[in-house]
Structure formats: structure tokens, C-alpha cells
Design a protein around this ligand. Structure first.
Ligand code: LIP
Length: 277
């Protein structure tokens, strides 16, 4: 077997590295002054984001020289997110950077391994609250080693919904975001915003939330969440109800097909551009 395709080895190495970068994140104090704005004044990057992404990439390449990378901060600096059949790590080094800057303890490392365009490994780790969500394709989903599963809730009126305002100041997008919050909030049991797409999906996998939707995310926000929700028994589709497309910048993760359909029926659609690929 090609050692670069030994998934057990990949899983062992990435778990060790996620613990190392978790240490980096959890020992950094919140600092509202040390960040740079990217696509808008609310789309932030810190030195910690860059340090974590570099640490993961450098050390994974040492072990797996043929592996490819799609990292949030490299892509934000202009690198194209090109997904081939090669083993590819998709990384959001600090998902919920705004939270991190404010010391609001809902930020995480989100990392997934995709081989032949199939998501095989997903890890979402919030070191501030010691929440490590893991999944491997066909082997279940776990929180700190304990098996987890979705709530199986089928009705929106009984569902807790998680979504986000996002990091765009685009007037058309903001209008659709508010329209959807207004409509969904009167139909659902409750609506919450954690400030991290990956942790929102992890809450669905845990059964703590019943459905998450968002338009404007990126592949690095959702790649790990996809496999963790699916392995917890949930569904992940496009916000329109169609097939999930990791590069489309849209996601709807739900505890059941029925709930996914009811939510997608009640959403005004928005297509963020450009796509990730
Ligand atoms: C964030 C996502 C969040 C989304 C923001 C941003 P970041 O990721 O987790 O759900 O609404 O637009 O993309 O930028 O903190 O890594």
C-alpha cells in the first residue's frame, strides 16, 4: 500500500498534531487589537490562524510528502482551492476567528482528509472547552471518544436551529440572511448562532442542535463537519435541498431528511460567489 494512503497512519498523525495546535490556540489570550481584516472588516485573520495552519501543513508534509492542502489562510492569500484525487487536507486553522479575538470560547480547528474526492477523516476541536469531535468514514462519530448521534428530530417547530450572520457586508446577502432568520425563527423551537460553522455542524452531530444552514461558508468550514454529521446519522445537503457540493459555499446539515426538506423549503436562496474551486 502507498504509505501516503494509510488512513490509520494519517489519523494517528493528525490527532497528534491537532493536540499540538490546540495547545497553541488555548494558550493565546484574546486580543482585540491583533488581527487583520480580509474580505471585510468582520472577516478576520490573526497570527495564530497562520501559525496553526503552517504547523499542520509543515508537519503533515514531513510524514506524507505527496499530500496536498487547501487551507483557509493560503486560499485567502490567493492560492486556488484545487481538489484532485490526491490525498488532500482541508484546513480551517481557527474557525470562529471573531470569537477567538474576543475570547468568546467557541472557536475550533477544523481539518478533514479527502482521498479520491471522498472525505475519509474529520476532526473539529475546540481546545477552550476541550470538545474534540472526530469521525472516520464508516466508523461512527465521537466526542472525546464517546460515540455521538443526531437527535433524529423531524419537525422544524420542535427543532433548535443554528446559523450565522456571516462575515460579508454585501447588502444583498445580508438582506437574505435577515429574511431567513426572520422566517425560520417563527417556525422553529429556537435559533442560535455560535460563530463557527464547524462547531454548528458538530452541535447537529451531537444532537444538541437539530439543523444548521449557512450560505457564504467555505469548504474548510464544512469538510470535517460533513463526515462528522454523516457518521452521527445525519444528512448534509445543499441549502436548496439538492446534493451537497463542498465547493458551493452552501450547507444544510440536519438530524433527519424530513427536517432538512422542511428547512430548505423555507429558505430564500443566495449563491455566494466566487465558488471555492
Ligand atoms: C467563519 C465561519 C462562520 C461564518 C463566517 C466565517 P472563520 O469562519 O465559521 O460560520 O459565518 O463567515 O467564515 O472566518 O472564523 O474561519
Amino acid at each position: 500500500m502507498d504509505p501516503d494512503r494509510d488512513l490509520d497512519k494519517c489519523n494517528e498523525i493528525v490527532l497528534k498534531l491537532v493536540n499540538e495546535v490546540g495547545e497553541i490556540i488555548s494558550t493565546r489570550s484574546a486580543n482585540r487589537k491583533s488581527f487583520i481584516c480580509k474580505s471585510s472588516d468582520i472577516d478576520l485573520v490573526t497570527e495564530t490562524d497562520i501559525e496553526v495552519e503552517n504547523h499542520l501543513k509543515t508537519n503533515l508534509l514531513k510524514k506524507f510528502p505527496s499530500h496536498k492542502f487547501i487551507g483557509e489562510e493560503e486560499c485567502s492569500s490567493g492560492q486556488k482551492a484545487e481538489l484532485t484525487d490526491a490525498p488532500t487536507w482541508i484546513i480551517d486553522p481557527v474557525d470562529g476567528t471573531m470569537n477567538f479575538v474576543h475570547g468568546f470560547p467557541h472557536s475550533c480547528i477544523s481539518i478533514a482528509l479527502v482521498v479520491d474526492k471522498v472525505i475519509e477523516i474529520g476532526i473539529i476541536y475546540n481546545p477552550m472547552l476541550n470538545q474534540k469531535f472526530t469521525a472516520r468514514r464508516g466508523r461512527g462519530a465521537f466526542l472525546n471518544g464517546e460515540k455521538i448521534s443526531v437527535s433524529c428530530e423531524k419537525e422544524l417547530k420542535k427543532a433548535l436551529v443554528v446559523s450565522e450572520f456571516g462575515t460579508s457586508r454585501d447588502a444583498e446577502k445580508i438582506k437574505v440572511v435577515h429574511e431567513n432568520f426572520q422566517r425560520i425563527s417563527v417556525l422553529a423551537h429556537g435559533v442560535r448562532c455560535l460563530g463557527s460553522a464547524a462547531l454548528n455542524m458538530a452541535m447537529v452531530a451531537l444532537g444538541a442542535a437539530d439543523v444548521n444552514y449557512e450560505m457564504g461558508i467555505h469548504c474548510w468550514d464544512v469538510a470535517a463537519g460533513y463526515i462528522i454529521v454523516r457518521e452521527a446519522g445525519g444528512v448534509v445537503v445543499d441549502t436548496s435541498g439538492g446534493d451537497f457540493d463542498m465547493m458551493s459555499r452552501r450547507v444544510l446539515a440536519a438530524s433527519s431528511e424530513e427536517l432538512a426538506k422542511e428547512v430548505s423549503r423555507n429558505l430564500t436562496q443566495f449563491q455566494p460567489l466566487p465558488r471555492d474551486d
